[in-house]
Write a protein that binds this ligand. Structure first.
Ligand code: PLP
Length: 374
């Protein structure tokens, strides 16, 4: 039986149209985009076309897009590639930013990890307070991957635009739903990933505003203007471009996804006693549900739901498999382990959500019985 897939923040299924577009570059047009012959030139054309599509989506110049091997790599390039000085970030960032900043701290850089509100949102005033003479970079994610909390990127960009401070945002979870116009947002660096938008895994991009001085973290050939050496992954880049192109087509489904999200949240909170929504209900991605259940462990819930044909997660895919409480939930003051993340996607139906609402209360009841919390 096809599982009910509610783990779209971890990864999305590959869109058929994306796969079709990629196949030609696996099969016929397999040239190296740096080769002079026609096969190579066809590959180069395809890479540049994808770059143009992504630049159009972000409202920037194609020359400002750097293809990388993942969003993790893009985040690392943005954080590790800056000049020496003071860095400000938040304590709810994805590990790709959080751990890159921690690494710099260990290397002697000054880093401030800003706290967030109980609803998981960083206050602009908190960032302002932390700015120092030697601040070189502010990195705040656009939307959180665990609790879907949307951060005040527009306001931060407005504040930082006239300062000699680079502003980076990890927009990986935002791309499907929020306006990613880099000019409107006044960001200097923006991270994207293809596999969260129905594209292939293993391909990311970093928007680098013209004039931003960035040092590479990998060394090799001249590809991507030396910022990301290594042969361009042509099929994956083509798939990334197509996935971005399809976002517009699917925008009309967002209200439906939001309706299903609200149905899940409202029904869970009513049907299951001692359940609590993590994060803000209003400043939240349209596809994110993250709920804690007193007396039921997140991992146990996920395993029980999986056995009943529902694929979901406890939080970040990177932290699943460990019983450590998530740093994001800890930042909200939630000390428990019992958090369940359901993230909707383009393919979910109302029938599936009704099925989840039938199964979940029973699962929680059974787990509470075992843990003595019934
Ligand atoms: N940043 C955010 C906000 C994410 O959600 C993820 C993936 O979970 C990443 C970065 C890392 O993306 P990738 O898998 O492309 O390295």
């Amino acid at each position: 039986m096809k599982p009910i897939y509610l783990d779209n923040a971890a990864t999305t299924p590959l869109d058929e149209e994306v796969l079709d577009e990629m196949m030609r570059f696996f099969k016929q047009d397999y040239g190296n985009a740096s080769s002079i012959h026609r096969l190579g030139q066809r590959a180069r054309e395809a890479v540049e076309k994808a770059r143009e599509i992504i630049a159009g989506f972000l409202n920037c110049s194609p020359s400002e897009i750097v293809f990388t091997g993942s969003a993790t790599e893009s985040d690392n390039l943005a954080i590790l590639g800056v000049r020496k000085g003071h860095i400000i970030t938040t304590n709810i960032e994805h590990p790709a930013v959080f751990n890159a900043c921690s690494h710099l701290e260990k290397m002697g850089f000054e880093v401030d990890f800003c706290p967030v509100s109980k609803l998981g949102i960083v206050e602009v005033e908190e960032i302002k307070k932390k700015i120092k003479e030697n601040t070189v970079l502010v990195s705040v994610m656009y939307a959180n991957n665990e609790i879907g909390a949307i951060q005040p990127i527009l306001e931060l960009g407005e504040f930082l635009k006239d300062k000699d401070i680079y502003f980076h945002t990890d927009a990986v979870q935002a791309v499907n739903f929020l306006d990613c116009d880099v000019k409107k947002l006044n960001v200097d660096l923006m991270t994207l990933s293809a596999h969260k938008i129905y594209g292939p895994k293993g391909i990311g991009a970093l928007y680098v505003k013209q004039g931003v001085e960035l040092n590479p973290v990998l060394f090799g050939g001249p590809q991507e203007k030396g910022l990301r050496p290594g042969t361009e992954n042509v099929p994956l880049i083509v798939g990334f471009g197509k996935a971005i192109e399809l976002i517009e087509k699917h925008k009309k489904n967002i209200p439906f996804i939001k309706k299903l999200r609200d149905k899940l949240i409202d029904s869970i909170l009513i049907q299951i006693p001692n359940s609590e929504l993590n994060g803000s209900k209003e400043q939240r991605l349209p596809n994110n549900v993250n709920v804690s259940f007193k007396g039921a462990e997140g991992e146990a819930i996920v395993i029980a739901l999986d056995q009943k044909g529902i694929a979901c997660s406890t939080g970040s895919a990177c932290s699943s498999g460990s019983l450590e409480p998530s740093h994001v939930l800890s930042a909200l003051g939630n000390k428990g382990h019992g958090s369940l993340r359901l993230t909707l996607g383009r393919n979910n139906t109302e029938k599936e959500i009704d099925k989840v609402l039938e199964i979940l209360p029973e699962v929680i009841k059974d787990l509470r019985k075992v843990s003595g919390h019934s």
